[in-house]
Design a protein around this ligand. Sequence first.
Ligand code: FES
Length: 64
Amino acid sequence: MRIEATENGPYLVETGGKYRVNGEERTGKKVALCRCGHSGQKPFCDGSHKTVGFKAPAVSIELS
Ligand code: FES
C-alpha cells in the first residue's frame, strides 16, 4: 500500500481498484483524503485546501 501526501494538498491512497466507505463499495484507483481540515466532504478532499492556502510538504509512504 502506498500513501502519498501531495505538496500543499491531500493524501492520495492507492486502492487497487475497489474500496469501501461505510460498507459501500466504490471504484477508483486512488482516493484523496483531506489533510488540511477544511473539506466539506470529510474525510475526502473537495479542493478546499487551495482556497485556504494550505501549505505542507510532499511525502511518500510505502507500507509493506
Ligand atoms: S486537503 Fe483538500 S480539502 Fe483538505
